[in-house]
Design a protein around this ligand. Structure first.
Ligand code: PHE
Length: 473
């Protein structure tokens, strides 16, 4: 069975593919602009703490579910505990939705590579960017190019397609990133940007900053939506899960930090604003490149590296959905890939037009199509998926079985197992409840009451477990 589903050729291949899933527009586009908007170093320090507290733990949880369940996200949850497949199902839906808008941004990257290859930008970058994204058919075509490229790789399967592509793209990305960072930090006055990015001003840490950072941890590490479950399901029984689960957040965080160092010092050096938001890499950076000697070459290198990062992520977003269709509906991989990609290409139309003809069309809750989908995934589906993941790992999955999976039946030492479980059970659930409650509008003392009630339930469940004789820790 597992051979028909596919397997990774090697552990390194798996780590590169999983890091490829994690490293994406989240690191290169979102992280620098979120840091720029949320107080620079203050955001970075909160983000790093949350990666340490939650990122590693949940990464391990998801990989273990996948390898134990040996199926797509839905099937894996169900195989471990009947009735829990719905959590995986929600993750698959989340990936599908994210994919449909992620390719829109990725399409803009393709356009910008062409732009810098053909000699750079004439005129005002703000004007250029807004005219391009609102121009109807052209941005849609670029996004569809991304959908087709992703499909061509996923069609080739796990080791022949995804692993091979990641082995080429990930090291290239890393080298290109170093080139850009060296260029950026050696510009005049780069130190101001480095300070802004790395020196935390603790007074800027607000609940808003914490919530933004928490959402970003999930998005950036591809957690809470079954991506790591799906990739984990292709792992061999010998792989050391703890080690892999440790490497991926580390790599992802290094790239996010390098992205900040690639962008913010350059922005400061040219006297531009770091708080530009989503336009940071499409508007502010082109200004930087046009003012720099050999700027077009750096422009191409930068956007190719972003493209590689985006592509290894779209591959995993598509793979989550394709593996579900293959495992649950027994469709062959080729047909499943074509089917899902066609649906995505159709959804690209309203998503892309949300920056043009449909910008003012309030489709749901006063938001346009694109904004609504982003809100739905970032604020509702992701934290709910993460919360249920914590509940599943902390309270539902049989502890003995879980420990066996993580330690390869006792062959690998994991002394922190008890601490890990407690972290997921209590801290993980509390933090995720915080984002979720806040996203649905619970505030102030109600938020405190709600979290208190959840904590009481957690303690009660822990007690009940102890009574049942579950050796929790
Ligand atoms: N982690 C990816 C990024 O940072 C996005 C992603 C989310 C990919 C979920 C796969 C699954 O861009």
């Amino acid at each position: 069975m597992s051979n028909e589903r596919g397997n990774w050729g090697s552990s390194v291949g798996f780590v590169l593919a999983a890091a490829g899933s994690a490293i994406g527009l989240g690191n290169l586009w979102k992280f620098p602009y979120l840091a720029g908007k949320n107080g620079g170093g203050a955001f970075v320090i909160v983000y790093l703490s949350l990666v340490v507290i939650l990122g590693f733990s949940l990464m391990l949880g998801e990989m273990a579910i996948g390898r134990r369940g040996k199926s797509d996200a839905y099937g894996s949850y169900n195989n471990i505990k009947k009735g829990w497949g719905f959590v995986g199902m929600m993750g698959i839906l989340c990936c599908f939705v994210i994919y449909s808008y992620y390719v829109v941004i990725a399409g803009w990257i393709v356009k910008y590579i062409g732009l810098f290859l053909s000699g750079g930008m004439d005129g005002d970058p703000v004007e250029y960017f807004s005219t391009f994204i609102s121009s109807g058919t052209t941005p849609i075509i670029y996004s569809v190019i991304m959908v087709v490229a992703t499909a061509l790789i996923v069609l080739k399967g796990v080791s022949g397609g995804i692993e091979k592509a990641s082995k080429i793209m990930m090291p290239t990305l890393f080298i290109f990133m170093l080139i850009i960072v060296v260029r950026s930090v050696t510009l005049p006055n780069a130190m101001d940007g480095i300070k802004y990015f790395l020196k935390p001003d603790f007074s800027l840490i607000t609940p808003k900053v914490i919530i933004a950072a928490l959402g970003q941890v999930f998005f950036s590490l591809s957690l809470g939506m079954g991506a790591m479950i799906t990739y984990g399901s292709y792992l061999s029984p010998e792989t050391k899960l703890v080690k892999s689960a440790f490497c991926i957040p580390v790599l992802d965080t290094i790239i996010a930090l390098l992205a900040g160092l690639a962008i913010l010092p350059a922005v400061f050096s040219f006297g531009l604003e770091p708080t530009a938001g989503p336009g940071l890499i499409f508007i502010t950076l082109p200004k930087v490149f046009s003012a720099m000697p050999f700027g077009n070459i750096f422009g191409v290198i930068f956007f190719v590296l972003v493209l590689f990062a985006a592509l290894t992520s779209t591959i995993s977003l598509l793979e989550v959905v394709v593996s579900f269709v293959v495992d649950q509906f027994k469709l062959d991989r080729k047909k499943a890939t074509v089917l899902v990609s066609t649906l995505i290409a159709l959804l690209v139309i309203p998503n892309s037009n949300s920056f043009g003809s449909m910008a003012e069309l309030k489709v749901f809750f006063g938001m346009n199509f694109f904004d609504f989908l982003c809100y739905l995934t970032d604020n509702i589906l992701l934290p709910t998926g993460g919360l249920l993941l914590c509940v599943f790992v902390g309270f539902i999955w049989d502890k003995e079985d879980l420990k066996n999976e993580i330690t390869n039946h006792g062959e690998v030492k994991f002394e922190m197992f008890p601490l890990w479980i407690v972290g997921v059970k209590y801290l993980g659930i509390q933090l995720l409840s915080l984002i979720l409650l806040q996203a649905v509008g619970v505030q102030d003392q109600f938020l405190v009451y709600a979290l208190g009630t959840i904590f009481a339930v957690q303690i009660l469940c822990g007690r009940l477990e102890a009574k049942r004789g579950v050796k929790a820790v």
